[in-house]
Design a protein around this ligand. Structure first.
Ligand SMILES: *Cc1c(COP(=O)(O)O)cnc(C)c1O
Length: 420
């Protein structure tokens, strides 16, 4: 459920008209609903409440939407953070998220990143190779600290989602093979500065079935038992993120967070570990739209081209992994039309959809791409010397600009090159 709805025949976010936002902030602009984020945070926390031993921790995957104001809101809603770079770590801390609620994932953490996060404090490094464990050991030994860590296990399970968002099969770069877990854990435990108390999996994103997740969790459960038998004190099992979100009629309906929670409880009943979760999309996906204006309508062979002022540089998901976004007119005409929706960028990939039935709109009208709160603004670029879209946060009947439109010249950062 989200808080985008029609009021007096025009689309609103909570109590604020999207027409008013477009008039004041311009387009294209990302618009986020605080109430929707709060709701999703609460639903996820309730879905896993009481699972595992000790307090479960829902660590929001910051990469989905790292806007500082979004992070602060989610931190207040009780979420921790899953970060994949020191930039995300700093943002999470600046947003007030406590170190003991932060986990650090990613295959390419540098020694400098590890050192800063270790000194600043965190719950756990999710380590993705033996080579990374050795670097972490050196960093920790130098600081005279013990680095809390868990290996990310690649369970070799296909997530049944798009190949570009599949992360848990043997030929993906992520994690260590389950078959290596015992030897690597033994080796890590023998190194100075490493406290191996966790294990983690994350098999992909926008999953619309619980089966691959359950399969991955079962493998993790077997591994926890084997590691314990080997003398390793596993206390934390981080089950990753990946649960899909509904995209509207005609699209696959993902399992509910409640169903996910029931499955988790069933599978982890005898694990005797604290459970962590890393949802990203589930929390913010349907809490955001990309608001854009139709520049012109150009006749086409199959259908007219609806050319909008948002491009693939603003919302890359359709070009990157054929993502579906529901498209709605801000002021629905009630007359339907089949169109191709494209941006102004000089790439054929700058196509949001072909042959889409939607409300008839004309040049100057506003439309929205729904489910744009996750992997939207954060994936944007200045390609074609286009500015980065603005971001707006709505709270009830108030709204605030939370990222100014960024001029392409500001992205360059250097006005006069200083030759060395
Ligand atoms: C991207 C990512 C997530 C979040 O995935 P969602 O599909 O947004 O829930 C969680 N954990 C890790 C390690 C990730 O890379």
């Amino acid at each position: 459920m989200d808080h985008f709805h029609l009021v007096d025949r025009a689309l609103h976010c909570e109590g604020v008209s999207l027409e008013a936002i477009a008039a004041a902030a311009g387009t294209p602009t990302y618009v986020y609903s605080s109430a929707t984020m709060d709701r999703h945070a609460a639903v996820m926390q309730q879905a896993v409440a009481g699972a595992g031993s000790g307090e479960p921790l829902v660590a929001y995957a910051v990469k989905a939407n790292p806007n500082a104001h979004v992070l602060a809101r989610l931190g207040k809603a009780g979420l921790g953070a899953d970060v994949v770079s020191i930039g995300e770590y700093r943002r999470a801390r600046a947003a007030g998220i406590a170190p003991e609620r932060i986990v650090f994932s990613g295959v390419g953490k540098t020694a400098e990143e590890m050192a800063e996060a270790l000194a600043g404090g965190l719950l756990q490094f999710n380590v993705e190779s033996m080579e990374e464990a050795r670097t972490l050991s050196a960093v920790a030994a130098e600081q005279g600290r013990a680095a809390p860590m868990g290996f990310r296990i690649n369970p070799d399970v296909s997530a049944g989602t798009h190949a570009k968002i599949t992360t848990g099969t043997a030929d993906n770069k992520f994690g260590i093979a389950a078959g290596d877990a015992l030897t690597f854990t033994r080796e890590a435990a023998s190194l100075p500065g490493l406290a191996v108390h966790g294990v983690t999996v994350h098999i992909g994103s926008q999953l619309v079935s619980l089966e691959p997740l359950e399969q991955a969790f079962r493998r993790l459960g077997e591994l926890i038992a084997a590691l314990r038998e080997d003398g390793c004190d596993i206390r934390i099992a981080d089950l990753g993120g990946g649960l899909g979100v509904p995209h509207g009629p005609g699209q696959p309906e993902p399992p509910s967070p409640e169903a996910y929670g029931h499955m988790v409880r069933r599978v982890t009943a005898d694990w005797n570990t604290r459970l962590l979760f890393e949802p990203g999309r589930l929390i913010v996906g349907n809490a955001g739209v990309l608001l854009t204006r139709v520049v012109r309508v150009k006749p086409g062979v199959r259908a007219p081209w609806l050319i909008v002022d948002a491009g693939m540089n603003d919302l890359m998901r359709p070009a990157l992994y054929d993502a579906y976004h529901r498209i709605e007119a801000v002021r629905p005409s009630g007359v339907s039309q089949v169109v191709n929706v494209v941006g102004p960028v000089c790439e054929t990939g700058d196509t949001f959809t072909m042959d889409r039935e939607m409300d008839r709109v004309e040049a100057g009208d506003l439309i929205v791409f729904r489910t744009a709160g996750a992997y939207g603004a954060t994936l944007s670029s200045g390609y074609n010397s286009r500015p980065l879209a603005a971001e707006v946060l709505v709270d009830g009947d108030r709204w605030a600009l939370i990222r100014r439109r960024v001029d392409p010249d500001a992205l360059a950062g250097v006005e006069t090159a200083e030759w060395q």
